[in-house]
Design a protein around this ligand. Structure first.
Ligand code: HEC
Ligand code: HEC
Ligand code: HEC
Ligand code: HEC
Length: 476
């Protein structure tokens, strides 16, 4: 895990326990007094999740047909380029400053000029990475020539419109008096507030989709392994927006446990989509290797780590490559809380899929079934408020599965840590946890064992899970 990510996990519960306002604006902005002036932005309406089909078929910003106007268009001081947040405006208005100073997306193009990128490009034989479409597609807002307005600038990296959609048709309407969120969406703004739509957007770069992917070949050339979890990454991206606790009207701005859950379901849906893509599903003898557990192949032969792993029925035999199935395990856990029969269907579908990738059964129908189920689960979880019982139920199930050895490999342990952290952070905000500082320290303890993916101490990780389980059981 990157240092930034560790910092995020380490500090977030503590921050939540101290003062919610501190999280609202990046380190820069909260040092300053808010500006008091008339808001220039309209008041938001309440937001409900979009119908899932709509969220999944919304054109991603890089497929917009409208023109992108460039960051400079958003950055004036009376719009989103204020130095300090505005007190009476429902949006902070210093988003641009937070983004330029604190957000890594602002420097995503520069990365392609560094030594590591040059080496990757050289090994792949793709010439200058600053000009290679395969890299630019994720490291900038790489949209069709015809949709680049006069002030569009690739040097913006991943700017406002790479996430919020090309502004041509909403630039004037979104500041018109009385404009609602629905109006903005109708004018081409991307629904980043919707968990499923956001998951699809972030995953398009933080994993890939049918159009772009950090393939095993790109990783083999030296690209970092991608690790992503929607809620954690939404939290560690320096916030240029307000969280729910700061504004009663923004009930859906921060709904951590649900964002985590929907993110997992959309992760499964997206993986199945890639598995089913004829362009990707045969890279030599295997479907694309990034869909598998990296450490199933990448470890010394003397390290005999195979063990029974019965999460989805009878264990696969030793010597078989396993899918990276942590998101399937997670959705099985919360589907079970929603409806035990649904949980059972997810488990059976995952078992059939794992068997099929190991040569027993047909891969395509198995992946199709899993994809349909993941969408069903996403749909239901997006509409179900998490209550205390559900939060504890899911967290304890995840821990029990970890103790049963179902997240044996590093990537699973990493996902487990991010999941527990997202869930308990939410529980702490809702006031459902006692002694948050102790729990926070325990999460940091788990996280610190993940510092090196080649040598992560499995047994210690399990021991710490046991301690956390005991603490949570006392409170639940
Ligand atoms: C599917 C999207 C995608 C593609 C394609 C892609 N990248 Fe990346 N790249 C990412 C993401 C996302 C990260 C950040 C990962 C993180 O920090 O969690 C990243 C990180 C990196 C880093 C490390 C950055 C740092 O701050 O240390 C380098 C270097 C890099 N990419 C170079 C490349 C090059 C060169 C190419 C083209 C061969 C490429 N990438 C293609 C998405 C992509
Ligand atoms: C990496 C993706 C990403 C980038 C880049 C990005 N944003 Fe955002 N933005 C988000 C997300 C996610 C939210 C939170 C949405 C929610 O929960 O309602 C958000 C929220 C906002 C909000 C608050 C909306 C509301 O109704 O409360 C504003 C305003 C905003 N962004 C403006 C900007 C501006 C201006 C830029 C460029 C300087 C920018 N964003 C860059 C992802 C992004
Ligand atoms: C157009 C592609 C793209 C999209 C869309 C995108 N990202 Fe990124 N993101 C990147 C790249 C590339 C990097 C690495 C930049 C670097 O290392 O300088 C990155 C870096 C990050 C980081 C910093 C990670 C670290 O290791 O410090 C966070 C956090 C993050 N993204 C969150 C998000 C979230 C949340 C969303 C969705 C709202 C999102 N990103 C959408 C491409 C994207
Ligand atoms: C089915 C087995 C398998 C899986 C799963 C797998 N890899 Fe690989 N990986 C290989 C093989 C084979 C090579 C080529 C080794 C060589 O050329 O010496 C390789 C090479 C690499 C290399 C370059 C190593 C070198 O010596 O240059 C990296 C980095 C890498 N893989 C990362 C990953 C990551 C990250 C994942 C998970 C997303 C992953 N691999 C999943 C089999 C696998």
């Amino acid at each position: 895990m990157s240092t930034r990510l560790r910092d995020g996990l380490t500090h977030r519960l503590l921050i939540a326990l101290c003062a919610a306002e501190l999280l609202v604006v990046g380190a820069l902005a909260h040092a300053a007094e808010p500006m008091t002036s008339e808001p220039v932005m309209p008041t938001p309406d309440m937001r409900a999740p979009l119908p899932l089909q709509e969220a999944l078929s919304w054109p991603l910003p890089d497929h917009d047909s409208a023109k992108a106007l460039g960051n400079v268009t958003c950055a004036s001081s009376t719009c989103h380029g204020s130095i300090k947040p505005w007190k009476n405006s429902h949006v902070l208005q210093n988003e641009y400053v937070t983004w330029t100073h604190l957000d890594k997306h602002a420097r995503s193009l520069e990365v392609l000029a560094n030594e590591r990128s040059r080496k990757i490009a050289q090994k792949l034989g793709i010439g200058d990475p600053m000009r290679a479409k395969i890299c630019l597609d994720c490291h900038t807002d790489n949209r069709a020539e015809a949709t680049r307005g006069p002030r569009y600038d690739p040097a913006d990296g991943i700017g406002c419109e790479a996430c919020h959609g090309a502004a041509e048709n909403y630039i004037s309407s979104h500041v018109a008096p009385g404009a609602t969120h629905a109006d903005n969406l109708a004018h081409g703004m991307y629904p980043v507030d919707d968990a499923a739509a956001r998951a699809r957007l972030c995953l398009s770069c933080h994993f890939g989709n049918r159009d772009k992917l950090v393939t095993h070949r790109i990783m083999g050339a030296g690209h970092p392994r991608i690790s992503f979890e929607l809620e954690t990454y939404s939290m560690i991206e320096p916030a240029h927006f307000r969280l729910r606790s700061d504004d009663a009207q923004h009930t859906l701005l921060f709904d951590g446990a649900r964002i985590w859950a929907v993110g997992q379901a959309i992760d499964v849906e997206n993986r199945m989509d890639i598995l089913l893509d004829v362009k990707r599903n045969h890279d030599g003898i295997f479907p694309e290797l990034v869909l598998f557990d990296c450490h199933a192949c990448h470890h010394p032969m003397s390290d005999l780590r195979w063990s029974q792993r019965t999460a989805f029925g009878p264990s696969l035999s030793p010597g078989v490559v396993r899918l990276n199935d942590s998101s399937m395990l997670m959705i099985a856990a919360f589907a079970h809380q929603l409806d035990p029969a649904l949980g059972e269907r997810v488990r059976n579908a995952a078992a059939a899929l794992e068997a099929a990738t190991a040569g027993q059964g047909d891969l395509v129908p198995a992946a199709q079934t899993m994809k349909a189920l993941a969408m069903d689960v996403a749909q239901r979880i997006a509409r179900t408020p998490f209550d205390r019982a559900m939060l504890y139920g899911i967290t304890l199930t995840l821990i029990d599965e970890g103790l049963a050895g179902n997240y044996v490999d590093y990537a699973g342990a990493e996902q487990m840590t991010m999941a527990i952290s997202s869930l308990l952070d939410f529980g702490s905000r809702e006031g459902w946890l006692e002694n948050g500082a102790n729990i926070n320290a325990q999460i940091s303890g788990l996280d610190s064992l993940l510092a090196n993916d080649e040598h992560y101490p499995r047994e210690q990780f399990q021991n710490r899970l046991k301690t956390l389980r005991a603490t949570l059981t006392r409170q639940s």
